[in-house]
Design a protein around this ligand. Structure first.
Ligand code: NAP
Length: 196
């Protein structure tokens, strides 16, 4: 499950659980991006903070893991590099799924070495409430033809990392949007107080 996770929240956790059950997965590996290639409009919180928040948010779930693979890899983060590595670790017979937000999914054909994805994984795209999947499908027919994509609807994705960062900055509550432990970590490390 790829994402910036800045910070991880209940929407991500519900998405992971939903994907685990719907696609009968063995486990979900949360993969915080290292240096998101296209995040130039704002400063992303350090990979170490985002990784640690993911670890504490998922610690109690035996089916969830967090990987340092992308935050430890030098240079810009490209999903194709991650999937190639996972494929070489798990072999050609493993079914690999890459879970991410539906908003990101239509950009995939523009990602590095996009033509390899069809052989590397099936994408699971999580949609927020109100997302018009039929309209998106007809608008993005080309992408659908070039990739394997499944969609899941996740009502909890009304929660967003952007909203949480803004709430912290404005001293509004984030309780019940992310775990108590993540909220405490944000407070302790003084994250999101200035820019969001
Ligand atoms: P983003 O633009 O920050 O997020 C796009 C939307 O998707 C946001 O609404 C976000 O909500 C949501 N989202 C992101 N990850 C999600 C997840 N795991 N589950 C549910 N919703 C999610 O996207 P991003 O985080 O930078 O990128 C998503 C993934 O695509 C990452 O793994 C990234 O490395 C990969 N990517 C790869 C390339 C490339 O290889 N060239 C380029 C771009 C992205 P929240 O803000 O609430 O999470």
């Amino acid at each position: 499950m790829g994402g910036t996770f800045d910070p991880i929240h209940f929407g991500h956790l519900v998405t992971a659980e939903e994907a685990l059950v719907q696609f009968n997965l063995n486990r979900v590996v949360f993969m915080p991006s290292g240096n998101p290639a296209r995040k130039t409009h704002r400063e992303v919180t350090s990979g170490e903070h985002r990784y640690l928040m993911a670890v504490i948010a998922t610690a109690s779930n035996p089916d969830f893991e967090v990987s340092r693979m992308e935050i430890d890899r030098a240079g810009p983060t490209y999903t194709v590099d991650t999937l190639r590595t996972l494929r070489s670790i798990h072999g050609s017979r493993a079914d690999l799924y890459f879970i991410t937000g539906a908003d990101a999914v239509w950009e995939i054909v523009t990602w590095k070495d996009a033509d390899e994805f069809v052989d590397l994984c099936t994408f699971i795209a999580a949609t927020r409430p109100g997302y018009d999947l039929d309209a998106a499908r007809s608008e993005h027919a080309e992408q659908l033809a070039r990739l394997k994509i499944e969609f899941i609807e996740v009502p909890a994705l009304a929660i967003s990392s952007t909203d949480i960062r803004l709430r912290v900055k404005e001293k509004r509550p984030v309780r019940y949007l992310t775990s108590e432990s993540v909220a405490a970590y944000i407070e302790k490390q003084k994250l999101y107080r200035e820019a969001y």
